[in-house]
Design a protein around this ligand. Sequence first.
Ligand SMILES: Cc1cc2nc3c(=O)[nH]c(=O)nc-3n(C[C@H](O)[C@H](O)[C@H](O)COP(=O)(O)OP(=O)(O)OC[C@H]3O[C@@H](n4cnc5c(N)ncnc54)[C@H](O)[C@@H]3O)c2cc1C
Length: 452
Amino acid sequence: MEFDYDLFVIGGGSGGVRAARIAAGTHGARVGLAEEYRMGGTCVIRGCVPKKLMVFASSFPTAMADAQAYGWQVTVGALDWSAFRAKLDSELDRLEMAYRGGLSSAGVEVHDCRATVVDAHTVHLAGGKTVRAKHILVAVGGRPFVPQFPGSEHVLTSNDIFKLDALPASVLIVGGGYIACEFACILAGLGVKVTQFQRSARILKEFDEEAVDLVAEDMKAQGIDLHCGVVVSGIEPEGDGFRVTCMDGRTDVFGKVIYATGRVPNTDGLGLEAAGVALGRGGKVPVDGWSQTTVPSIYAVGDVTDRIQLTPVAIREGHAFADTVFGADPRQPDHDLVASAVFTTPELATVGLTEDAARAQGPVEVYVSSFKPMRSAFAGRADRVLMKLVVCKDTRRVLGCHIVAPEAGEMIQMVAIAMKMGATKEDFDRTCAVHPTMAEELVTMRKPVRTA
Ligand SMILES: Cc1cc2nc3c(=O)[nH]c(=O)nc-3n(C[C@H](O)[C@H](O)[C@H](O)COP(=O)(O)OP(=O)(O)OC[C@H]3O[C@@H](n4cnc5c(N)ncnc54)[C@H](O)[C@@H]3O)c2cc1C
């Protein structure tokens, strides 16, 4: 059978781009890729990268207040949002070009259009062309989910934040996941009055409760008006903003309302079911350990699958797929002990099991150190950091590490290596501290605060 390509990739995000580049550039496959929006996908265009730049932008008022407390004569002016936006836009343009350059030098043929699956080997490109490929990789990612309710058409999502013409004076953020909490801290840091409503009893539900409690405390201390157990029932325009009414009768007006209430896979109208691919809950694509769907020639990686939704995970899934199908290195992506960070202020970083999850598996020892870090304590700030290790009582292995601190994401990367190597509490203990740092607490916690 004649094929136009060995591989056709649908989606130019983290997973799709890596798979295409490795299949073509490293393994010599004939690869086509379709992207309907901008090359680089969510991470580069409307996720990790612009968000982290906004985290940096939002950190300066505190840094300058600290500088004053240390004796520097500085005055904090206002943020020029349009200057920041222009710089952000040009950085994203640069990154998009770099992604395109990488694909082109690997020999990947790029189609700037939407693609849909016709059958096990056929892809339809918007504009009319149809191509045939020996293998198809679905790497279409996801998009923000907004529930339908009266006035839901007025809300913004994370996609819109990077495109705001001006910062509102006040904002309501609805949601309690990492994206909601990160934007609450970012916007508060940029000087916006932030209110946050979360439907359930706590924010950041999948993270360690003790660590999250400290993050929530710090968010409130920054002036974020955080309320759990609140459900919005309706939104209507009022003046320059929007009146929001909740199930419990509370009502208030906000400049903008942002929903960060989860994400759904981009599988609507993609043609997968007609091609025989079984879809899972909410339209996600279930795959086996090789990223293969129920149709042998169709694979899927990244956020569209029912696995971990993080950029480095999508990249590894794409890479492993390309090596397996086109190289001499068949291997499955490893989803065990994936470290991650929530870029709130302060950051929450985690690897391994929460205390509750570890307890459910067997007896544990829990080591916690919570203290005022030197840098901000000297500046007169009251914020605290937290270092926490959850240790298996029988094997002594560190099962979970949770850090709430500035730059916690940088610290957890190193802890993840040790945990991946099977480090025990005693391995941590015999590692000499780096002094004076916050992270030295990770190797100096002598007595468990709890055992069970
Ligand atoms: C606000 C935000 C912050 C985030 N922060 C982090 C973070 O700090 N760290 C982290 O690890 N992860 C973060 N993520 C998650 C991360 O962005 C995703 O896990 C990652 O981008 C997934 O990569 P992907 O390749 O699966 O999909 P995407 O990157 O979403 O790429 C999919 C691409 O497919 C295209 N597409 C969709 N349908 C079609 C079609 N039919 N035809 C052609 N093209 C199509 C889309 O336009 C898109 O470009 C964040 C996400 C968001 C939204």
